[in-house]
Ligand binder design. Structure first.
Ligand SMILES: [Zn+2]
Length: 254
């Protein structure tokens, strides 16, 4: 008698099942069945986690330009930045950024380690699965002007993600233009109710932002509250930090 389709499927399944060996997941130790010759023995959940991890690393690779790729908290050189005033505060704030819902405004002259801290915090956010965008003033602003993009579209692009990283605010073009664009993005993010998770590095001190609307938006974005046991917000903190010291990049070259 000829085999029915169901019988064929059952027979093949059984043949496959018979070849499976009992084993343990290499990561969590859960019992799994695996095929002989498999490179790695992983349970479904550890396999998923591994894929997710790979996907996030790939996204980081896409997001970060060449000179930024090896920047992380692990590669942050504390000895080299030890003479930079406020560097410990800045490092702590950057390390907490992934957990905190408060923005950060880090400013000072070039070469104080600002970008390294920004990229390290960005890395943490991506690896924890948050939606992240990076806006580099020095390159993207030029692109936006050359491409003739509409301001609204530009603001839109950076107003939907949970975490926005703005590097080198005010580094190119006129200060007024830079401030205008920052205001547009902040305003749009408020409209979109995406929260205050913006990490900005700048060479414009907060007192040099002479537009009060922008200044108050930036300070508002960087203001957080410590919540106490009784649920009343008490201690206020403002993550606006000035880094002061010698240019560590120039020192490195001497
Ligand atoms: Zn596992």
């Amino acid at each position: 008698m000829e085999e029915s389709i169901e019988e064929i499927v059952a027979r093949i399944n059984k043949k496959y099942q018979d070849k499976l060996i009992d084993g343990k997941c290499e990561v969590c130790g859960a019992t799994v069945k695996y095929m002989q010759g498999e490179k790695e023995i992983l349970c479904n959940s550890c396999q998923d986690q591994k894929e997710t991890h790979k996907r996030r690393l790939k996204y980081l690779d896409y997001l970060l330009p060449l000179g930024y790729k090896n920047m992380s908290f692990a590669t942050f050189d504390k000895a080299r930045t030890k003479d930079v005033k406020n560097i410990d505060v800045a490092l702590g704030v950057a390390q907490r950024f992934v957990e905190d819902d408060t923005g950060v405004y880090l400013y000072g002259a070039a070469g104080q380690g600002k970008t390294h801290l920004l990229v390290s915090a960005l890395r943490d956010c991506v690896m924890q699965g948050k939606s992240v965008k990076l806006l580099r003033y020095s390159s993207e602003l030029k692109n936006y002007k050359e491409k003739g993009l509409k301001k609204e579209d530009f603001f839109d692009e950076y107003s939907k993600c949970e975490c926005l990283f703005i590097d080198d605010f005010g580094s190119v073009g006129s200060k007024d233009d830079a401030i205008d664009i920052l205001y547009g993005i902040l305003q749009k993010r408020i409209e979109n109710k995406v929260g205050k998770k913006i990490f900005v590095t700048a060479n414009i001190s907060i007192s040099k932002i002479d537009d009060d609307r922008v200044k108050s938006r930036v300070i508002g974005m960087c203001t957080g509250y410590m919540c106490h046991d009784n649920g009343v917000d008490t201690d206020k903190y403002i993550n606006v930090i000035e880094l002061k010291g010698n240019d560590i990049r120039l020192e490195g070259r001497l």
